[in-house]
Write a protein that binds this ligand. Sequence first.
Ligand SMILES: Cc1cc2nc3c(=O)[nH]c(=O)nc-3n(C[C@H](O)[C@H](O)[C@H](O)COP(=O)(O)O)c2cc1C
Ligand SMILES: Nc1ncnc2c1ncn2[C@@H]1O[C@H](COP(=O)(O)OP(=O)(O)O)[C@@H](O)[C@H]1O
Ligand SMILES: [Mg+2]
Length: 220
Amino acid sequence: MRPDKPRDPIAGPDDGPEPPFPLRLNGKVIKGFGRGSSELGIPTANIPLSGLSIGGHEDVESGVYFGWAGLSPSKATHQHPPGTESKYKHMAVKVYETLNAVLFGTIKEEEQKNSWTKDLGAVYPMVMSIGWNPFYKNTVRSVEVHIMHHFETDFYGSHMNLDILGFIRPELDYVSKESLIEDIKTDIDVAGRSLARPAYAKFIKDPYLLDFKDKDEVAS
Ligand SMILES: Cc1cc2nc3c(=O)[nH]c(=O)nc-3n(C[C@H](O)[C@H](O)[C@H](O)COP(=O)(O)O)c2cc1C
Ligand SMILES: Nc1ncnc2c1ncn2[C@@H]1O[C@H](COP(=O)(O)OP(=O)(O)O)[C@@H](O)[C@H]1O
Ligand SMILES: [Mg+2]
């Protein structure tokens, strides 16, 4: 159960990710148990557990992590660029203000929009869970990514590349669904603040995130 004390507002050292981070992981978005959107109101894009073994990360600790997600062009390019029309707008605006300063300098808004979406896919802030979902007592371990952006459609079959930059907390059981939801919302806030720091924001430019070559699962 959740310890009865306030949560840390930010995760990881300010001067950047410490080993084993950044941790790279990728895979095709597959179906889960269908609970994320319908029961929790927080969709999670699930990828196969084999994503962990491909990266040699089978032993990665279960828990909640934050970082950046690159989504293959199939559906991602049809969406608004990050920071617009998002229900996380307050958080996204904060993240992207910092990113503008760090990455784009004086670049104009229109140029920036193109640089996000082009034919390349797009990169988004994310918070994710790796583990057994103790609240639901799953018998399989899952890897699930909540992208901090509002999408009009789902994107099953897209390929997702992840740069995991830090650990937020262990997975917990909860007394109610509401308390699980509340903690995930706090995770989203913690992830936004954590990623807005320059030493974490700069990973948005990691070419790995938009490298979908040889990913035969990429949806057309
Ligand atoms: C940021 C984040 C934190 C989570 N933390 C927990 C947790 O502490 N305990 C738990 O049982 N499930 C946790 N979950 C997993 C949810 O229970 C899971 O996303 C939900 O069951 C949806 O599963 P589905 O994709 O199979 O539909 C977390 C999910 C996210 C995105
Ligand atoms: N912001 C988002 N983050 C993650 N997935 C999203 C988001 N918006 C829409 N989706 C879609 O919703 C699906 C996840 O919903 P969810 O209810 O968790 O179902 P499942 O159990 O099949 O994973 C993802 O696979 C993706 O296609
Ligand atoms: Mg899911």
